[in-house]
Design a protein around this ligand. Structure first.
Ligand code: DGY
Length: 303
């Protein structure tokens, strides 16, 4: 186990398997100390090609999370190691966080909280902020989670548009095939596409500039999708209005220059960190492992 699963899931996993906790899956010594040459399954993820070398009997990597970018999937495929993920069960948790971050940024909730605690309220009224209602939000990645976000934002009276590899038939939202053009047309840009090479820094300096001084960026996907340096510069110079970020390029590191900015709201990669989602994710990890060892089709195989 390379990530702590939900408590009840760990208990179940321990009934089914001989479980070793490998907290730092990047450390070959720890993997060997935990019996690397006997390990047949990983519950969690974060398995590099070098680590696979240390695990000669590895058959399956049951990733806890929908994103499998922390595991070298092509290397696993080449070795015939199955890889599974945990899609769908975290859609609502991530969508709720995205909306929460938008409200936190639009109404500057962290600042409002400090205002009351620091006794500022007695000295004057809180500055006026803006609403979500009537604004246009561009969704970068109208997949399973993107659709959950869009549905919730419709409820807020926002105009939804989206960018993706191709137009999705039957969608009520306007499609853009060009991300810069969508950013120009949007007040908000919500990033919720998979990480990896294909989307690396897709939110480029040009996209950030197109969003403009009143524009706001929300990232609940992966830090790799955004040019973080360009983002910090744009936020500091006022070329971009604000950002709400749950993910960063080098987690858990967050650049001090970003934290020094008042037009930024941050959270610690917690999109799927609800009890409900983590319990369901842990269950799916176990279901995949059990299916594998019983020789049944894997419920959520990615490779
Ligand atoms: C996911 O499921 O990919 C979440 O970001 C947790 O890593």
């Amino acid at each position: 186990m390379t990530k702590p699963l939900a408590k009840s899931c760990i208990a179940e996993l321990e009934q089914l398997f001989d479980v070793r906790s490998i907290v730092n899956a990047a450390d070959p010594d720890q993997v060997m100390a935990e019996g690397g040459d006997t390990i047949r399954a990983i519950a969690g993820g974060k398995v590099s090609a070098a680590m696979m070398e240390k695990l000669p009997r590895l058959e399956i990597i049951a990733n806890e999370g929908v994103g499998v970018d922390t595991t070298d999937v092509p290397a696993a495929k080449a070795r015939g190691i199955a890889v599974t993920n945990t899609p769908d069960v975290l859609n609502i948790a991530v969508a709720e966080l995205a909306v929460g971050l938008m409200l936190a940024l639009a109404r500057t909730l962290p600042e409002a909280d400090r205002y009351v605690r620091d006794g500022e309220w007695a000295k004057g009224l809180f500055p006026l902020r803006s609403q979500l209602h009537g604004k246009t939000v561009g969704i970068l990645g109208l997949g399973r989670i993107g659709k959950e976000i869009a549905g919730r934002l419709e409820g807020f009276g926002m105009n939804i548009v989206y960018f993706g590899r191709q137009e999705q038939p039957g969608q009520p939202y306007r499609y853009f095939g060009d991300l810069v053009e969508m950013a120009k047309a949007s007040d908000w840009l919500v990033v919720i596409a998979p990480g990896g090479k294909a989307t690396e820094r897709i939110v480029s300096q040009a996209v950030i500039e197109a969003l403009g001084p009143k524009g706001r960026l929300v990232n609940v996907a992966r830090g790799s999708l955004v040019d973080q340096e360009a983002l910090i510069e744009a936020l500091a110079s006022g070329q971009l209005g604000g950002a709400a970020l749950d993910v960063f390029e080098q987690e858990p590191g967050v650049p001090p220059a970003l934290l020094a900015l008042s037009n930024v709201v941050v959270s610690p990669h917690m999109g799927s960190r609800t009890e409900e989602a983590r319990e369901a994710m842990g269950r799916l990890v176990i279901d995949n492992l059990v299916a594998h060892f019983e020789g049944r089709p894997l419920p959520s195989r990615v490779a």
